[in-house]
Design a protein around this ligand. Structure first.
Ligand code: MEV
Length: 335
């Protein structure tokens, strides 16, 4: 599984990377940003409701060397330059400006499916900002502010939950204003993650929900209900009650479908997961395309098999682990 973060701009649109990025240049610092899954509360979190998210051990790394403001992602054949018109170049400019740094180059890589709702752009922003801050002696708060500037370029009006999860890597409750509060987890949980194969566009999905909310005032109560479901999910996680968390996944998926952010592929993945023994399943992230998550204690392999038989890629991820070993345990067949 390879990230190809097409949401950060078209490849090669500022020309090939310059020769001045030799592989052997001394790395001054490495930063990491975790991918994430939103367990409960996506979209509602934009309107100040609480949401529950978990960082993944999968993520993005960034290496910083002395340089002149270039960002390369060799594995993904992407290149941007601070000051150019691409989202990648603009995001790098924003980070360097905030940190008052000009004389670095950045190389990034990692493993997160692109535009899948697993937070690849926030992970990139966090990894780059952390690495540059560390290389030039800036503090972690400045790195977070710089990553936020970059995420605004990628996504317009992010709630901040993706960046908070990218920074933490653990399970937490996020609410605008209150920020990220870690949730105590008695035991780690295994999530089945299924990829729809359709790339999602967070900006467009958030915009569509905003328009629906404007036209149809009743939508407000759905957003409030999603926040309540997220609080219920926090309690279920704290109690290690996987069945209850699964039931809340199902409720949330129905509410998100009412916001019109589900799709045929996401609904199909959810139905297959339930038929294979999942106690609950839902879309995760902005929706439209992207990923679903399912809880299926004892039936994880059945879920992956059923997704594979239907032509979908899936993998397992452990969340809530105290050690940073939560990663893809097993990958299903590719589409
Ligand atoms: C995207 O991962 C989550 C959304 O709630 C947008 C946001 O919170 O910025 C859809």
């Amino acid at each position: 599984m390879r990230a190809g973060p097409h949401d950060i701009g078209p490849p090669h649109d500022v020309g090939a990377p310059p020769d001045a990025l030799p592989e052997d240049r001394r790395v001054l610092a490495r930063g990491f940003g975790h991918g994430k899954v939103i367990l409960l509360g996506e979209h509602a979190v934009v309107y100040d409701q609480p949401a529950l998210a978990a960082g993944l051990s999968l993520g993005v790394w960034a290496d910083v060397t002395d340089g002149t403001g270039h960002l390369t992602a060799p594995d993904w054949r992407l290149h941007g330059r601070a000051g150019d018109a691409t989202p990648l170049g603009q995001a790098l400019s924003a980070i360097l400006r905030r940190l008052d740094v000009a004389d670095v180059d950045v190389r990034i890589g990692g493993e997160l499916p692109a535009r899948s709702g697993l937070g690849s752009s926030a992970a990139i922003a966090m990894a780059v900002a952390r690495a540059v801050a560390q290389a030039r002696g800036r503090d972690p708060e400045a790195a977070l502010a710089a990553a936020t500037d970059a995420e605004v370029i990628f996504h317009g009006t992010p709630s901040g939950i993706d960046l908070a999860a990218a920074a933490s890597g653990q399970i937490g409750l996020f609410q605008r204003g209150a920020g990220w509060r870690p949730v105590a987890v008695p035991q780690s949980m295994t999530l089945c993650v299924g990829l729809s194969g359709l790339q999602r566009d967070t900006h467009a999905q958030v915009g569509a929900v905003a328009r629906l909310r404007q036209r149809t005032p009743q939508v407000e109560s759905i957003l409030v209900a999603l926040g309540e479901v997220a609080l219920g999910g926090k309690r279920a996680v704290e109690q290690g009650d996987v069945d209850e968390l699964g039931r809340l996944f199902d409720v949330a998926h129905g509410l998100l479908a009412a916001l019109r952010v589900s799709s045929l592929e996401l609904d199909t993945l959810v139905h297959h997961a339930r038929a294979a023994g999942a106690v609950g399943a839902k879309l995760t992230g902005a929706g439209g395309g992207g990923a679903v998550i399912a809880l299926a204690p004892g039936h994880e392999r059945d879920v992956l098999s059923r997704w594979a038989a239907a032509g979908f890629t899936g993998f397992l991820a452990r969340i809530g682990s105290t050690r940073q070993d939560a990663g893809p345990l097993e990958q299903g067949a590719s589409k």
